[in-house]
Design a protein around this ligand. Sequence first.
Ligand SMILES: Cc1ncc(COP(=O)(O)O)c(C=O)c1O
Length: 334
Amino acid sequence: MTKIVDLRSDTVTRPSAGMRRAMMEAPLGDDVFGDDPTVNRLQAHAAQVLGFAHALLFPSGTQSNLAALMSHCGRGDEVIVGQEAHTYRYEAGGGAVLGSIQPQPLANRPDGTLDLAEVEAAIKPDDPHFARTRLLALENTIGGKEIPRSYFDSALQLARKKSLATHLDGARIFNAAAALGMSARDLCRGFDSVSVCLSKGLGAPAGTLLLGNEALIGKARRARKILGGAMRQAGLIAAAGLYALEHNVARLAEDHANAQQLAQGLRDAGFDVQGPHTNMVFVNAPEGFADHMVNNEILVLGGPRMRLVTHLDVDAAGIERALAAARSFTKKPR
Ligand SMILES: Cc1ncc(COP(=O)(O)O)c(C=O)c1O
């Protein structure tokens, strides 16, 4: 039986045998009482690795981002955020629905950044007509694109000057760090909060960490409770997260190399390709291409701009199989 190659997302990975073993063997407690030793170990380890005072484990990135928004902003406050940002576009409007927080979306530039002059112009004056602009929320990577440290230095400087808090959706911060050749800790420096997913490129089945100082994490713990995200024997998930941080960070470069191979192969086969951006490749998909790939056991998502994502469950042979399927669509010989 041939193995299906799943390029829909880096969230599709299954826990490896080693990760499952770590989960089975993890000492457990009740994290709502704060006594799950594995959760506590993960949180302490992540805080230390990423350079923050505290970390808090959430079931998902959506909930971690929302808890961060709710910790920085109250009812009637405003967050400045990119049109393409996950927190704005792909999280069901949670900040508005559950946090009474008004989003002020701004267009992302082609490189994924926000124009800082536009950010500054969008900050509302202190006037009862306006929502209170409280927070600047950024993302790295965004659409797979890594945002360099120099941009964050400028953005954080502006936020400080304007007394805005800052949140980074760093769901794939380790991909960004690998692409930029720097540590995730250096990329996170200066943000008031950072959300880091364990269940994307790092291969854990669930789990996201929110990082911040004591006051911020205290508020986020309350928000997590409100949102129903306080878990009991969460050490099962934390053990997978610890395993992921220990074993699956350094290998992200392989995913980026596989994305390079995929992008080049698709170009050679005649496709209109954008990227790769870290572990993501985008293709202007001709009519019928998605169905053709799925029929050839290459799982992809449909749509005119197809996103293909590499991850630890796709190796170089899997990329070659995907390319063979793509070539058979265009009928181009090698
Ligand atoms: C950039 C980014 N942030 C946040 C999330 C939300 O994570 P989750 O699916 O765990 O809620 C995702 C999910 O794909 C994402 O890509």
